[in-house]
Design a protein around this ligand. Structure first.
Ligand code: AVJ
Length: 318
């Protein structure tokens, strides 16, 4: 049986990528937006990270979801529209699709078009009664949500994986405010990684198989491919460490030599040991996150944790 899905395409253009990359690499310190990790190979590498023994967030979140999904279904009631920010392979989402009552539809939003298409088709085949309305977009930009055929009682945002940690706290608040506007009358189910022993954090971002390093370096490969840049991948090294005073993992690509990289006609000089800051991953205490959620116009209705308090899944009501 074959199936066609209408995909709403608001993907960032090559021009946007070029502008944001140029801007980041001409700053000091040099930065690149972490959302650009997720081209198709990047999304695949991220899915591999999620299966790593050292990467505790995914399996811990999955375990918490198993515990709380029944209670959540009672809390939310029927006829919800589920809107997922950064849906990736939608694997965790299946727990919600299996349990929420009379779901009106599912809107997976992702920045990687090819990966989104594949995931949305797999999902539509597995859930033939569900209306799946994929949107390819940078979800921090302005875009319209598609309207499902059936009437919606409330919109429920879904933002798992602690991707909220990739935002600077100020931007996190602004983004949560945007979701609160979109889901007014409903709420947001969000995964939030918690502050913990920094050696656990360190190993989660420095796996012995080097998958996280590949994921980080893939960004440079992508810029070579899409912007015809000339990064030599062997001249950069993955570096990740926990910054305890800022409460965040910082991920960098460190230049092993003094070198010059070209994009268009622009020369980007690197000193030996100079880094490109590619990602921050903020960790919150439950209190810190509750403050952030309230500042964004939500109230924490429920917060579920694993026994070791590694990770939390929270339902925020508008
Ligand atoms: C999915 C963005 C939350 O920060 O832990 C995994 C991404 N980066 N390993 C995270 C990531 C390096 C991940 N997020």
């Amino acid at each position: 049986k074959h199936l066609t899905l209408q995909l709403l395409d608001c993907a960032p253009t090559c021009t946007t990528l070029r502008q944001e990359v140029m801007q980041g690499l001409q700053q000091s310190p040099k930065t690149l937006p972490s959302k650009y990790f997720y081209d198709e190979p990047g999304s695949r590498l991220f899915a591999q990270i999620c299966e790593l023994e050292t990467y505790y967030p995914t399996r811990t979140e999955r375990r918490i979801m198993q515990q709380c999904v029944g209670e959540l279904a009672e809390l939310l009631g029927p006829d919800c529209l589920l809107v997922e920010y950064g849906s990736g392979n939608s694997l965790k989402t299946r727990m919600l699709l299996d349990t929420l009552k009379d779901l009106v539809g599912y809107i997976p939003i992702d920045i990687s078009k090819a990966y989104l298409k594949e995931a949305a088709i797999a999902l539509a085949l597995a859930y033939p009664a569900l209306e799946v309305l994929p949107v390819c977009a940078d979800y921090t930009s302005e875009f319209e949500l598609p309207v499902p055929a059936r009437a919606v009682r409330q919109r429920i945002g879904y933002f798992p994986g602690s991707t909220i940690g990739n935002f600077e706290p100020m931007e996190a608040r602004r983004f949560l405010q945007q979701i609160a506007r979109t889901c007014r009358g409903g709420g947001l189910l969000i995964g939030v990684d918690l502050k913990k022993d920094f050696t656990v954090l360190h190993h989660a971002y420095n796996d012995p198989q080097g998958i996280t390093a590949q994921f980080n370096l893939n960004l440079l490969r992508r810029l070579n491919q899409e912007l015809e840049a000339d990064f030599q991948l062997a001249q950069f090294r993955h570096y990740a460490c926990y910054n305890p005073s800022e409460g965040r993992i910082e991920m960098h690509l460190v230049s092993l030599e003094e070198q010059v990289v070209h994009i268009d006609d622009i020369e980007i000089p690197f000193k030996r040991g100079e880094s490109i800051w590619t990602e921050s991953s903020y960790k919150y205490s439950l209190e810190e996150f509750a403050r952030l959620a309230r500042a964004a116009g939500f109230r924490v209705e429920r917060a579920w944790c694993d026994e070791q308090h590694l990770f939390s899944v929270q339902y925020l009501a508008t």
